[in-house]
Design a protein around this ligand. Structure first.
Ligand code: ZN
Length: 287
């Protein structure tokens, strides 16, 4: 089963008078969604009691939880102190995931604005190994860390780099952000075959199991020559990629990923549209 849900809370959630993420799981279920990526992208600021309440609501409403770790993590910083802090931010996010019962933590691995690309990748792999070791010691190793493919060319996180990082341990699962791939490669995803090529690469390098249960982000995206500029909604037709191509590729491969919609403002509404597109395609195929 493919699960669909939003990244963070839609504008409409607040417009309808809701205030707390504890109310999100029931709200999402009432819409027909079944996943939710909780945002710690600006820092892990949620307390244990709130995190546990969100987790209880998610379990009650069958909402699959993941958490997005802070954006400022950089496993490949040229400064050792920043690398050490980055490890702690991941451990903090894993701890929060434990409270919530979240199964996956999405991590941006870093940037190579100031360092050599090869050095950055090697350093990120080394630091990620240390994170996995510390997670094991702290009993946090049942939560899957999902390094994310990033949209700017100066970020450590091409699809190939994320695959390399995931090779160090079977507990690592890529977060494939298709908008980011499209932006980073200046508009590369234009057909079902373009998505299939990504899946072939992941399957060849990491095996079918990790491909099947992939963590995915999707939104239409605007880019410049440096890559990602801005996330848009499904109605902003002037920006790619098209979800229909992804839906077809997922169906052909019999995949069961978690798909998190990162549209601007309307992420829950767009997640539902994506779910409907996928389901009508899968249903039509049965006939
Ligand atoms: Zn991200």
């Amino acid at each position: 089963m493919i699960r669909f849900g939003p990244s963070g809370n839609s504008e409409s959630f607040y417009n309808q008078g809701y205030k707390s993420s504890v109310q999100m799981p029931a709200w999402l279920k009432s819409m027909g969604l079944n996943a939710y990526e909780y945002q710690c992208s600006k820092g892990v600021n949620v307390g244990e009691a709130t995190a546990r309440s969100i987790g209880e609501e998610a379990a009650k409403n069958d909402i699959y939880l993941s958490i997005h770790a802070p954006y400022y993590i950089n496993l490949a910083s040229e400064q050792e102190e920043k690398r050490i802090n980055s490890k702690q931010y991941i451990i903090q996010t894993l701890t929060c995931a434990k409270w919530m019962g979240a199964k996956r933590v999405v991590v941006h691995t870093g940037s190579y604005r100031k360092v050599d690309k090869k050095w950055a990748l090697d350093m990120a792999k080394k630091v990620m190994k240390e994170v996995l070791e510390e997670a094991r010691e702290k009993g946090l190793d049942d939560i899957i860390i999902c390094p994310e493919v990033l949209g700017k060319q100066n970020q450590l996180g091409s699809l190939e780099e994320i695959i390399e990082i995931c090779k160090i341990d079977e507990r690592l699962l890529p977060t494939v952000d298709f908008g980011h791939i499209h932006a980073r490669n200046l508009g590369s995803l234009n057909s079902t075959e373009d998505f299939q090529a990504i899946f072939e690469k992941i399957e060849k390098e990491l095996g079918y199991f990790r491909l099947k249960y992939l963590h995915c982000h999707f939104s239409r995206i605007e880019f410049t020559k440096g890559g990602e500029k801005k996330h848009w909604t499904l109605d902003d037709l002037q920006f790619g990629p098209e979800f229909e191509h992804l839906a077809k590729a997922l169906h052909i491969k019999r995949m069961e990923p978690v798909i998190i919609c990162e549209s601007n403002a309307n992420m829950a509404e767009d997640a539902l549209k994506m779910k409907e597109i996928y389901e009508s395609l899968a249903e039509g195929d049965k006939g």
